[in-house]
Design a protein around this ligand. Structure first.
Ligand code: PLP
Length: 452
């Protein structure tokens, strides 16, 4: 029997990323409050938020400092834009801090309000830059199958997942996808991770040569693929990709919307994997999700072209109302201060061995083909046959079933195809990690019984 709130939800909302038909029968999970790594539904049931919301609530759910910072900034100056050269202290301070901690040399920061608009900005800058440089044919952008970069028109085109393209008339022409670097699923039998990475780099190079290097402008990648299945790259992958991009003067965009700010055990995934990025997209953990904010960090080479173009044509004609929102910037400054003060990266490295040990143990479960991660992010793939790696039939929705059992057990995870994601708030303790995996294992046991 659906609650009154559930009925009102069904009658009023179109939910993002939801099967709109089954939602009409099942109704919503209504969450009401949160504390630390826990959230509570409207019936008072407790869940470990194993996804940190959507890979974003790094500091958990009841951080008073962030709440007070937002409140104070709202009282002082709830809004001003930064169009036409207007500015404010939190926007400047945040940009300074980001430059200080950036994993590669960064010259300037451009703000937005979501990861999707940050990646749209990346695409527009690439196009604008190449027109400014007098090479209007160098516009194509290469992304990866199963990459996730958002849902606005350009960023959904970068995304390499069928649901974001089918019937949306996407991807845009000029945006193409190379292979997904998932060793477990796509390597040849017996192929080492290094050899597999070499093969993928060679494949990327072939694509560039086939298209014509003077037509390929940029390559975009997440350090760890998130919505594509929480997939960590094979050994040597980014090193080999770096070399190909450098050879053909192709800009490297690192999408750190999930991995930024400690998730992989370093401040940035770009650093963890040695990516020679020219520009970086940030969002989510930049404010620990207490306020919507995104940023594009760009190196001097890119910035110089933008300034030169303004000398020629005037205004840089891009930006949205909430870019550099003072409340978002103030919350982000405070978030970064807390990350530094609380040594969040050290904390991740302290608890990551427990997280990774339990992920490894999960791989022993009869349903789990692969479980692998880095820092505090990981994925587990559910298979019908561990020996042959055969998948369940898609229509059976095995991971969706596991997610439902996990909810029963008080653990929030997310299904991506046949994979489950693990991405708890960074402040999680070892004891909470153990509890999270205990709940997960109980859910998988129930799923196994259901699948028999
Ligand atoms: N890029 C990555 C790597 C993401 O994981 C996401 C969202 O999950 C996005 C971009 C899009 O961000 P948003 O949902 O804030 O538009």
């Amino acid at each position: 029997m659906l609650s009154n709130l559930a009925v009102r939800d069904i009658e009023t909302l179109v939910h993002p990323y939801t099967n709109l038909a089954t939602h009409r029968q099942n109704g919503p999970l209504v969450l009401e409050s949160g504390k630390g790594v826990y959230v509570y539904d409207s019936a008072g049931k407790e869940y470990i938020e194993g996804m940190a919301g959507l890979w974003c609530t790094a500091l958990g759910y009841s951080n008073q400092e962030l709440i007070e910072t937002a409140y104070e900034q709202m009282k002082k100056l709830p809004f001003t834009h930064i169009f036409g050269g207007r500015s404010h202290d939190p926007a400047i301070e945040l940009a300074e801090k980001l430059k200080e901690i950036a994993p590669v040399p960064i010259s300037k920061v451009f703000y937005g309000a979501s990861g999707s608009d940050a990646n749209d900005t990346q695409v527009k800058i690439v196009w604008y830059m190449n027109n400014a440089l007098g090479r209007p044919q160098k516009k194509k952008i290469i992304s990866r199958l199963k990459g996730y970069h958002g849902v606005t028109v350009a960023s959904a085109s970068l995304t390499g997942l069928p649901n974001n393209h089918i019937d949306f008339d996407l991807p845009l022409p000029g945006i193409m996808h190379t292979s997904c670097p998932h060793h477990y699923r796509f390597a040849e039998p017996g192929e080492s991770e290094q050899d597999y990475s070499s093969r993928l780099a060679a494949e990327l190079e072939e694509m560039i040569l086939r298209e014509g290097p003077d037509t390929v402008a940029a390559f975009i990648a997440e350090p760890v693929m998130g919505a594509g299945g929480a997939i960590t790259p094979p050994e040597g992958y980014f090193e080999k990709i770096n070399a190909v991009l450098a050879k053909y003067d192709i800009l490297f965009i690192s999408d750190e919307v999930i991995t930024g700010f400690g998730r992989t055990g370093k401040m940035f995934g770009t650093e963890t994997y040695g990516m020679n990025a020219d520009t970086i997209s940030l969002a989510k953990q930049i404010t620990s999700a207490y306020f919507p904010l995104s940023a594009v960090m760009m190196n001097e080479k890119v910035y110089e072209v933008l300034v030169d173009q303004s000398r020629k044509i005037g205004t840089f004609g891009h930006g949205n109302t909430y870019a550099g929102h003072p409340v978002g910037c103030a919350v982000a400054v405070k978030t970064l201060e807390i990350y530094q003060r609380e040594k969040i990266v050290d904390h991740v490295n302290k608890v990551a061995p427990a997280f990774l040990r339990r992920l490894d143990k999960l791989a022993e479960h009869p349903l789990v083909g692969e479980a692998r991660g880095v820092g505090l992010i990981g994925g587990a793939e559910l298979v019908k046959d561990k020996q042959t790696k055969a998948s369940f039939e898609a229509k059976n929705g095995v991971a969706a079933k596991a997610v439902a059992y996990a909810l029963e057990e008080g653990f929030i995870t997310r299904a991506m195809g046949d994979r489950l994601a693990f991405c708890p708030p960074l402040v999680i303790s070892e004891a909470e990690i153990e509890e999270m995996f205990n709940r997960c294992e109980r859910a998988l046991d129930k799923t196994l019984n259901w699948a028999k």
